[in-house]
Write a protein that binds this ligand. Structure first.
Ligand code: GLU
Length: 469
């Protein structure tokens, strides 16, 4: 039988890393088994669901490359179907109308709490035949005794006593169906064979199993993924910094780095850390998912990001870097080829944001020289080397890295200086700070006009310094 999985986010916020990890594992399971992956938007909570959040989820999935074979299906489009199922449950005597007042329910809760018991509905309306014209909710008749066994593919066998599960509301007074009902109807109708989700849902699973059984539907298999914790051991949340997938994009992470990072949250294959998407699909095995929670480690994510920046095709990096240059007000088509800039910077940045920042000087003049770098390198002794370089560069026609390197070498020899004594002031003059790729490629990509202009500015800086000394 074809294996079918789904990702079923509620659109009440952005796509966060926990959700993305669930989506990834569900997607991997489908891909691994040549199955299908369905996207379902669980938007029945009309007050908290927003179109903006739906977009953020779709955008995050696309950015990560988790393409779905079917969907997105929207639960709000399926109310008719949910009502049909609720009607069938009522007809079978497995659901009933309840008009218990808020006061009665509050009292039940308070008594239970006072007795240190778990609050649960007492089935008061089960045999009451509440008038359908009166305001009411619909409750599911949960079996009173016996137990429900969840044979989870990660957690193993988990047993729940029916005694602990009360008659849950499956339709609210306003007519809207609730999560545990809609999820069962959808997982059945959409032919989901494997329900992969976070283990915060494990307590819902026995309730859902009882609804599956009441409808006489075949049960899917369940895969509950362990929690993700922040570095302080608490469940990962906004408090721990960036948790939204798109925030990672904005912060200059590569989607392949984030995916690679996410796959290791709760899953391992020996001690391998780096996985291409193809490898993940090939090696992923749900039996290797950990039972224990995993911790989010930003340092490791940065390490992976740097790895992918270094190892990826420069064209690919340039494509992803371009919007980050745009954010700095730079149009990378107006200046050196961005692919060449990437090649020069690939070893030097952990994120694309950082790469954009250290590459801005290739495209536009900087404001002030970095104070420390200028103090150290733009001193009166640098005046002559810079003047000589300016003259040589101005006369230079062959503007290639190799020829430019030779010029620096020639000037150093003429002045009987070590090359660094010429190259470093020149670098600070042209780049504005002490670090850049090799002086040859730096000069080449900055271009003649900008090099001369910036050397003039450095000479002026030195002159002012001399004057005020
Ligand atoms: N909509 C639920 C959530 O976002 C997930 C439901 C499920 O996977 O069963 O937490």
């Amino acid at each position: 039988m074809t294996k079918r999985t789904r990702f079923a986010p509620s659109p009440t916020g952005y796509l966060h890393v926990g959700g993305a990890r669930t989506a990834l594992f569900s997607w991997l399971f489908a891909r691994k088994h040549g199955g299908q992956f369905v996207l379902r938007i669980e938007d029945t909570d009309l007050e908290r669901s927003t179109a903006e959040s739906v977009n953020a989820i779709l955008e995050g999935m696309t950015w990560l490359g988790l393409e779905y074979d079917e969907g997105p299906f929207y639960q709000t489009h399926r109310f008719e179907r949910y009502n049909e199922v609720i009607g069938r449950l009522i007809d079978k005597g497995l659901a009933y109308r309840c008009n218990c007042s808020k006061e009665r329910l509050d009292e039940l809760r308070e008594t239970a709490m006072a007795n240190k018991e778990k609050p649960r509905y007492d089935g008061h309306c089960r045999d009451k035949h509440v008038d359908p014209n009166e305001p009411h909710v619909i409750r599911f008749c949960n079996p009173i005794d016996g137990s429900v066994v969840v044979d989870d593919m990660v957690r193993g066998r988990v047993v729940f006593n029916n005694e602990g599960l009360d008659d849950l509301i499956i339709r609210r007074t306003d007519g809207s169906p609730t999560y545990n009902l809609t999820v069962v109807v959808d997982d059945h109708d959409m032919g989901i064979t494997h329900v992969v989700r976070g283990d915060d849902h494990i307590n819902n699973t026995p309730r859902q199993i009882n609804i599956f059984k009441a409808m006489g539907w075949e049960l899917p298999k369940f895969v509950h993924l362990p929690m993700i914790l922040g570095d302080d051991g608490a469940r990962l949340s906004k408090r721990h910094g960036a948790v939204s997938v798109m925030q990672y994009m904005e912060d200059g992470f590569l989607p392949e780095a984030l995916l690679n990072y996410l796959v290791r949250l709760g899953w391992s294959h020996g001690d391998q850390e780096v996985f291409s998407t193809e490898e993940m699909i090939q090696l992923f095995n749900v039996e290797d998912v950990n039972k224990a929670a995993s911790s989010f480690n930003t340092e490791k994510l940065l390490w992976l990001n740097q790895h992918y920046i270094k190892e990826s095709d420069p064209h690919h990096i340039a494509h992803l870097l371009s919007p980050h240059m745009g954010r700095l007000g730079i149009d990378p088509t107006e200046g050196p080829n961005l692919v060449e800039v990437v090649k020069a910077q690939q070893e030097r940045a952990k994120t694309l944001v950082e790469m954009a920042e250290i590459s801005a000087f290739f495209y536009k003049d900087f404001g002030e020289f970095d104070e420390t770098a200028a103090k150290k390198n733009l001193r009166p002794v640098a005046r002559e080397p810079l003047e000589r370089m300016r003259t040589a560069l101005e006369a230079q026609e062959d503007w290639t890295g190799e020829a430019l390197h030779k010029l620096v070498q020639d000037v150093s020899e003429e002045l009987e200086l070590k090359m660094g004594k010429v190259a470093q002031p020149l670098r600070v003059a042209v780049v504005g700070r002490a670090a850049s790729p090799g002086i040859d490629v730096t000069l080449e990509l900055v271009g003649k006009a900008a090099c001369l202009r910036r050397i003039d500015k450095a000479l002026e800086f030195i002159a002012q310094r001399e004057a005020s000394a």
